[in-house]
Design a protein around this ligand. Structure first.
Ligand code: ACM
Ligand code: ZN
Length: 553
């Protein structure tokens, strides 16, 4: 079916349950086949853009937004955006049936549409966004990408070209990780990352809150995690250890109030904040705070070099399990996210081999060595998290000893394919977060002049853009286990906000297209054309990005 025909069919189906019949007829009149208009330049590219007759719709300070109460969040967001970037004060009416004012922009919630899906109609009759709750929000995101950049600061308002979009996400999990342990970033900066996610139709922000180099979340039960574990006395200088230490005290942590504020900010943008508490490895900041958490009893120091430490949580002592559950309890009090990430990657086993308590646990539980001891710990934690009504996510190492099916695997090693296949074939859902292509701390070009992670090679914009989460070794039906994907910004070599943004952009725009757009709609040449305007948007949004030529390797 031609797109224009499909439009009429979809639209006439909607007519049956919409009071705006007259509006729809008027609107259909403005749609003709074979008339060309400038195609909007939207990232991630929408599933379908239909041809409509040329023309523009004008948003001015006297324009109103009409919305259902369920989608007020999106209306508030749009009004805030127009105020911030275009100096326009739109009026909001939170009642579709208020009668008098037809509203220039109408947001119609349609719970029957698939999650995240929306239609956006700009015509002589105004702007209509229809969708489920978050779908309307994504319609707003597409609409703001149709606004002129740089903004025109005068009373004539914002002109939007006529268009009709039908769009929806390819994957339900579209994430981005920020490592706030290796370097600490302010809550205001985390809100900026939520904005980056929202502007790219991403819906998860994963915070890597604990590691060897710092503990970043308030604990009331274990205050030394903050007094001691949140601070390190210095940081190694070069790319590899042995090149000196800057001896500058670095650290900080987020209070419960700050995190709750961040979570609300994110909810208003349909972004879920997923907390990660690393275990059993990457645990030195916790051990430095409470030395009884380790096998040897210490003393321990918050780590000042990069790379995973040998000292990990003792998996033998019962007190370790009490600690982990009580900490997770506090975490779940703060974070409403269904998903709770517990790390699980890169855990050296030497300490366990030489620890009487760990060896005793192995014997008592009938385990076959240290690998199974790791699975025992992960399984106990999984049961605890499940008993609280949440779902555990772990890096793909958690597959090594066998884990319960409810667990979600985040596959990071290599191109993610092996972890993905193992996860799917043991009945687990999986999120692709491969170091190949989706690690945004790796340099973007070989001409990089800044200190960047030197352990994964160049991750060019093109490499990121061409990453395909559904690998061709999957059998029919197995792709359904893939929840989506995630880009990671690890911060060993990112010690300030400007650099974090520089490493994130423009690659995050490529990630968004991989995770949102239908695979058939992805087109590298077309993306590069749209990127030119995206760069202007970055400037409007104040994003500091890497201006490297998109084709540089
Ligand atoms: C990881 O990069 N170790 C998840
Ligand atoms: Zn031990």
């Amino acid at each position: 079916m031609k797109e224009i025909e499909r439009f009429y069919v979809t639209f006439s189906m909607k007519l049956k349950r919409t009071p705006g019949v007259i509006l729809a007829i008027l609107l259909a009149g403005s749609i003709t086949q074979n008339t060309s208009s400038q195609e909007p330049s939207v990232i991630p590219v929408p599933a379908s853009i239909h041809e409509v007759s040329p023309g523009t719709c004008l948003i001015t300070s006297s324009s109103t937004i009409l919305c259902d109460t369920e989608v007020e969040r999106s209306a508030l967001y749009l009004a805030g955006y127009c105020q911030n970037f275009y100096n326009l004060d739109l009026k909001m009416i939170a009642n579709m049936n208020s009668g008098k004012d037809p509203g220039l922009i109408r947001m119609v919630s349609d719970p029957e549409m698939d999650p995240g899906h929306y239609t956006l109609q700009v015509s002589a009759d105004g702007i209509v966004i229809r969708g489920s709750g978050e779908g309307i929000f994504y319609g707003v995101q597409s609409l703001i990408q149709m606004m002129p950049v740089p903004p025109i600061h005068h009373d004539s308002g914002i002109r939007i070209a006529y268009v009709y979009l039908e769009d929806g996400p390819r994957f339900g999990y579209r994430g981005m990780l920020l490592d706030v342990s290796r370097h600490f970033f302010s809550i205001d900066f985390l809100k900026r990352y939520v904005d980056f996610a929202a502007w790219h139709k991403l819906n998860y922000l994963h915070l890597h809150l604990t590691d060897d180099q710092g503990w970043r979340i308030e604990s009331r039960k274990y205050p030394l995690l903050n007094e001691i574990g949140s601070w390190r006395e210095g940081t190694m200088k070069g790319i590899w250890p042995g090149t000196g230490n800057d001896s500058i005290r670095h650290g900080g942590y987020y209070t419960r109030e700050q995190l709750s504020d961040l979570i609300t900010y994110a909810q208003d943008r349909y972004v879920t904040v997923v907390p990660e508490i690393e275990m059993p490895g990457h645990a030195l900041a916790a051990l430095a705070s409470y030395s009884w958490l380790g096998c040897t009893g210490g003393p321990y120091r918050v780590k000042e070099t990069w790379g995973a430490g040998q000292d990990v949580f003792c998996a033998g002592k019962e007190s370790t399990y009490e600690f982990l559950e009580e900490v997770l309890d506090e975490v779940m009090e703060i974070f409403p996210s269904e998903y709770i990430h517990i790390g699980g990657d890169e855990c050296p086993k030497e300490r366990w081999e030489n620890c009487a308590a760990c060896q005793e646990r192995i014997k008592a539980e009938g385990l076959n060595g240290e690998d199974e001891l790791q699975s025992y710990l992960i399984e106990r934690i999984e049961q605890f998290i499940r008993s609280m009504g949440r779902t555990l996510i772990g890096w793909d190492e958690i597959l090594e000893g066998g884990i319960t099916q409810e667990t979600v695997v985040m596959s990071w090693r290599g191109d993610g394919e092996q972890g993905c296949l193992e996860a799917v074939r043991t009945g687990h859902r999986v999120i692709l977060s491969p170091s190949y292509g989706f690690y945004l701390d790796y340099p973007q070009t070989s001409r990089e002049d800044s200190l960047a992670a030197d352990w994964g090679g160049v991750t060019s914009l093109s490499k990121t853009y061409h990453y395909e989460p559904v690998n061709d070794k999957l059998k029919p039906g197995e792709a359904g286990y893939i929840l989506g994907g995630q880009a990671n910004v690890w911060t060993e070599y990112i010690n300030n906000e400007a650099k974090a943004e520089y490493m994130t952009f423009p690659r995050l725009s490529a990630v968004s297209e991989v995770l949102w757009s239908p695979s058939g709609a992805r087109n590298w040449e077309h993306f590069k054309e749209r990127l030119e305007l995206q760069y202007d948007r970055y400037s409007l949004w104040g994003i500091r990005f890497n201006p490297a030529h998109p084709d540089w390797e």
